[in-house]
Design a protein around this ligand. Structure first.
Ligand code: HEC
Ligand code: HEC
Length: 328
């Protein structure tokens, strides 16, 4: 009996040793990825300073969803929201120029991810940035020190042309400082194990961007499918590359499937008019009045798109190859 126990003990010690070595390997491998210094192309966008460009930058900042992550909590204050008797959002909540940052994710399975305070107040990053490194952060997902950012969706913003990106940066540079000291972002040990075991999974968009590829061509701002495509990069995360919807891969199972936005079978859009589409994107109400849940579908950002932008999105969707629901 004693012998058996001894062997069990040796076995367990061996297992624990192996586990410790395994975790050590995972830790060092992920440290190398998290601390990699990226070599980026020289960016020469001239950041404008005039009021019109700053206003345009704010518009892009709102509808591209920056505000939803970097805006902080008070814009989403439940008391403010309740003040609307019909449950709709007060229209100008997001128009407050407070880029104070917020906890984006706090999940032991992944880690703590903080959408940074983008101002020059206490806890803000603005003073660390130059015109070129602002571009690197937004377009390439790389911090001013050359290391990759976590979860900052630069895979979508990579498509922003020089004019739009310059305007967004002009706006970010123009906002008043807000003091808000936040903890640093951190990947948990389970997050590191996931990153190592699942080769297609990364928490660092910089790993998915071909930094030195030729810049995508930007279509002219007009109600054309080409401009609509330029405006809908972010929709594809949920509605799929073909926009035919279906279950969203790697999202929690509690999420509803994304609807089909092509004119194929299982899509409601062929029964909508352009005006009804625009109303749905602005108010979160479908033509028959059923709400589109803003927890899943970020229309609270998209509602800032102007008429031309929403018309371009509509004509883009209408001209897409028809796909049946879920042919992502
Ligand atoms: C889905 C949420 C999300 C959206 C949308 C988003 N960001 Fe971020 N952003 C983050 C997170 C999270 C970080 C910090 C990650 C980290 O600490 O590694 C970040 C970091 C940044 C940084 C680098 C700050 C630093 O700490 O050095 C800049 C600049 C930035 N974002 C600007 C923008 C702009 C401009 C937009 C819109 C065009 C935008 N972000 C949209 C989540 C988001
Ligand atoms: C984060 C995921 C996500 C993103 C990004 C997203 N959607 Fe959605 N969308 C959804 C989900 C989920 C629903 C269904 C919500 C519900 O039923 O309440 C939806 C519903 C819709 C609907 C209603 C369709 C119907 O048949 O009722 C339209 C229209 C729509 N989205 C358009 C867009 C457009 C255009 C974009 C990009 C500009 C976009 N969505 C971006 C997840 C997303």
């Amino acid at each position: 009996m004693k012998k058996v126990l001894k062997w069990v003990g040796i076995g367990l010690t061996g297992l624990i040793g192996l586990l410790a070595v395994g975790l050590g390997v995972v830790y060092f491998k992920t440290e190398a990825r998290l601390n990699k210094i990226y070599e980026l192309p020289k960016e020469t966008i001239v950041i404008p300073t005039d009021a019109d460009s700053i206003a345009r930058g704010k518009h892009i900042y709102q509808f591209r969803g920056c505000q939803a992550c970097h805006g902080g909590t008070d814009e989403y204050n439940p008391i403010l929201l309740q003040s609307q008797a019909d449950g709709s959002l007060p229209h100008d909540i997001q128009s407050i120029d407070r880029l104070q940052g917020n906890v984006y994710m706090d999940d032991p399975a992944v880690g703590k991810v903080i959408a940074s305070n983008l101002t020059s107040g206490q806890g803000g990053v603005a003073d660390q940035y130059t015109d070129e490194t602002w571009v690197h952060a937004i377009r390439h997902g790389v911090r001013y020190n050359g290391k990759p950012l976590l979860f900052m969706p630069s895979t979508e913003f990579y498509y922003l042309n020089d004019g739009d990106l310059g305007a967004v940066i002009a706006y970010v540079k123009s906002v008043p400082p807000v003091d808000n000291i936040l903890p640093a972002s951190q990947v948990s040990m389970t997050g590191r194990i996931l990153m190592t075991l699942v080769p297609t999974l990364t928490f660092m968009p910089a790993e998915m961007i071909s930094n030195n590829a030729p810049r995508p061509v930007t279509p002219e701002a007009a109600a054309t499918p080409e401009y609509g495509e330029y405006l809908t990069q972010s929709c594809k995360v949920c509605h799929g590359l073909t926009m035919s919807g279906g279950r969203i891969p790697a999202f929690p199972s509690s999420w509803p499937a994304a609807p089909n936005l092509t004119w194929g079978s299982g899509s409601a859009l062929p029964r909508w008019s352009e005006a009804e589409f625009i109303t749905a994107m602005r108010t979160g109400k479908r033509p028959q009045g059923q709400p589109i849940n803003s927890t899943y579908m970020p229309w609270t950002s998209f509602r800032y798109m102007d008429d031309l932008e929403l018309k371009a999105v509509w004509v883009y969707l209408k001209n897409l190859p028809k796909k049946d629901l879920g042919n992502r």
